[in-house]
Design a protein around this ligand. Structure first.
Ligand code: F3S
Length: 81
């Protein structure tokens, strides 16, 4: 069972896209926020480029914790916004 986030308030989802190996778990576990791109890596839907990462601020965690937990190379990070 996925652990519940203790973050209160807005949440920043961060994707270290360079490190993504295209496993696809995020897109299966959380299709509202993650989809596979033509280059074989995942895209954080609605994410904006911020330096080397993509990030998006959301009001609710929804399935993003499952996506982060399911990523085998841990390139999805969740922080307080
Ligand atoms: Fe990439 Fe991890 Fe998703 S490797 S495709 S971000 S599960």
């Amino acid at each position: 069972m996925a652990k519940k986030s203790k973050i209160v308030g807005k949440i920043k989802i961060i994707h270290d896209r360079d490190g993504c190996i295209g496993c696809g778990a995020c897109a299966v576990l959380c299709e509202k926020y993650w989809r596979m791109a033509d280059d074989g890596k995942a895209d954080l839907i609605g994410g904006k480029k911020a330096g080397k990462h993509y990030e998006r601020i959301v009001e609710k965690m929804e399935c993003n914790q499952e996506a982060a937990d399911g990523c085998p190379v841990a390139v999805i990070h969740i922080k307080k916004a």
